[in-house]
Ligand binder design. Structure first.
Ligand SMILES: Cc1cc2nc3c(=O)[nH]c(=O)nc-3n(C[C@H](O)[C@H](O)[C@H](O)COP(=O)(O)O)c2cc1C
Length: 209
């Protein structure tokens, strides 16, 4: 006998729906980017990290193919990531000086929580789900994590960069054929919040057919 109905959370019913909607809008509107330099200890607990990934699992996923994954970078693997950042810089600029290389390595040690977001762009399993839909699904998963981190009182942000596309990064994270590293997701405690950036107005990006 299926227990699906027992596990289905009820949709918010009015009048409680108003409080729900206001809470959701507040969380969404007050989220903001925090670069890893601004993210400090204490980081999220194991239970909070688990909540991040449960939020990711609630992302829309056409065909339910789970076209993405996350790889957490724990403290004891940060040096290995730093080596990849330094090697990527040397590849781009063979004359990079020691200071720049130290800076590149240092990037791996920022933010108590760090995870790489990876999309499976291509695969033989579900050719009917195109790359753009897979990427949208990952974007939704990432946003769910950012919002969950924010709702739990943490700062969080995304970092990309040229190192993502290097062989060293692919090897370190065990990227398979058809997979692409999209960005790092960082989270931690913040000391100072900046004003929220002005958001574009809906008129700037909405039209009517
Ligand atoms: C895929 C992706 C990669 C990003 N990479 C970077 C990055 O490398 N450095 C950075 O400062 N911000 C990065 N961002 C964050 C944006 O800069 C940030 O969301 C934007 O400035 C808007 O600010 P807000 O998130 O506070 O509204 C990235 C965002 C996305 C969606």
């Amino acid at each position: 006998m299926s227990t699906v109905t027992e596990r289905t959370p009820s949709a918010p019913a009015s009048p409680g729906a108003l409080a729900y909607a206001e809470l959701a809008a507040t969380i969404i509107q007050t989220r903001q980017q925090f670069g890893p330099k601004r993210l400090h200890e204490p980081g999220p607990s194991d239970a909070q990290v688990q909540a991040f990934f449960q939020a990711a699992a609630a992302a829309p996923d056409h065909g339910q193919i789970l076209p993405w994954r996350f790889v957490v970078v724990p403290a004891h693997r940060r040096d290995a990531l730093g080596d990849v950042f330094a090697a990527a810089l040397r590849e781009r600029d063979p004359n990079a000086n020691d200071h720049a290389l130290v800076e590149a390595r240092d990037k791996a040690h920022r933010a108590p929580f760090l995870a790489l977001a990876i999309v499976r762009e291509r695969a033989d399993d579900h050719p009917e789900i195109p790359a753009q839909e897979r990427l949208v699904s990952l974007g939704c998963a990432i946003q769910n994590i950012l919002l969950t981190a924010h709702a739990n009182g943490f700062g969080a942000g995304l970092v990309s960069g040229q190192a993502l596309d290097t062989g060293g990064m692919r090897r370190l994270f065990g990227l398979r054929d058809g997979e692409r590293a999209v960005c790092f997701l960082a989270a931690g405690s913040v000391q100072h919040r900046k004003p929220i950036r002005p958001r574009p107005r809906p008129e700037e990006f909405v039209s009517r057919l």
